[in-house]
Design a protein around this ligand. Structure first.
Ligand SMILES: C[S@@+](CC[C@H](N)C(=O)[O-])C[C@H]1O[C@@H](n2cnc3c(N)ncnc32)[C@H](O)[C@@H]1O
Length: 227
């Protein structure tokens, strides 16, 4: 893996590991960052397939271009600067949509899942790593996390609402691949993403209020073949 993609990797799982990507697949990575999952996906899809990365940070897209070029994959990877809640991609283009620790950050998560559904082919699948809460947090605590720049915590929603949102977007056969409650160290690292030098951790008292209530979730879901 190119060093640039490794150094800037900020995921909370490995969606390519459970996305069942096959040779010839078109894979879209929502919030691709510096391209770590995009490179892995393009390799799995082989030269018959392709991978498309979308991220609203042009600097991340530049780094992803670098990573993809270093791996000799430029011919089969496309990169777009854009908002994943409003994708500039045609309907039914993808066999697989992946995303790694991004959707929790998005203010309009419903729109992201509606867009994922729209761009998937009938029978296409979703493989997602994300952050959710075991129960809803108090609005004032959410505001404090957002004010402190702790986007992953400030944006995360309760799991019950999360699963409802995925099925409301049209997806079926929702399967949890893995669910893990973050340890206190993991919670602190998540709250300071991308690093304490950029985002000082929220107060210990606020972190204690969500300790044991933040889950890293990995799941798959499917767009029906008859959709
Ligand atoms: C925690 S990083 C994860 C990056 C990458 N998936 C990885 O595993 O390394 C979140 C990424 O999502 C991007 N992002 C956040 N909200 C977005 C949105 N609404 N549309 C597009 N990209 C977004 C950020 O620019 C950032 O690159």
């Amino acid at each position: 893996m190119p060093q640039v993609a490794l150094d800037l990797s900020r995921g909370c799982g490995n969606p390519v590991g459970f996305a069942d990507i096959k040779s010839g697949d078109v894979v879209v990575d929502l919030g691709c960052g510096a391209g770590i999952d995009l490179v892995l996906a393009a390799e799995r899809a082989t030269s018959d397939g392709r991978a498309i990365g979308v991220d609203f940070s042009s600097r991340m897209i530049e780094r992803a271009h670098q990573a993809v070029a270093e791996k000799g994959l430029a011919g089969r990877v496309k990169l777009h600067v854009g908002d994943i809640a409003e994708l500039d991609l045609p309907d039914s283009i993808a066999d697989v949509v992946i995303s790694n620790c991004v959707i929790n950050l998005c203010p309009d998560k419903d729109a992201v899942y509606r867009e994922a559904y729209r761009i998937l082919k009938p029978g296409g699948r979703l493989a997602i790593s994300d952050i959710a809460l075991t129960e809803e947090m108090a609005p004032e605590l959410r505001e404090r996390f957002q004010a402190a720049g702790a986007g992953c915590l400030g944006g995360a929603i309760a799991e019950s609402g999360y699963w409802r949102m995925v099925s409301d977007a049209g997806f079926g056969d929702l399967r949890t691949v893995n669910r893990h409650i973050l340890s206190n160290d993991e919670l602190r690292a998540l709250a300071s993403c991308p690093g304490e030098e950029f985002c000082p951790p929220p107060s210990a008292a606020d972190l204690a209020l969500v300790a044991g209530r933040v889950a890293s979730v990995k799941f798959t879901a499917v767009k029906s073949r008859s959709a």
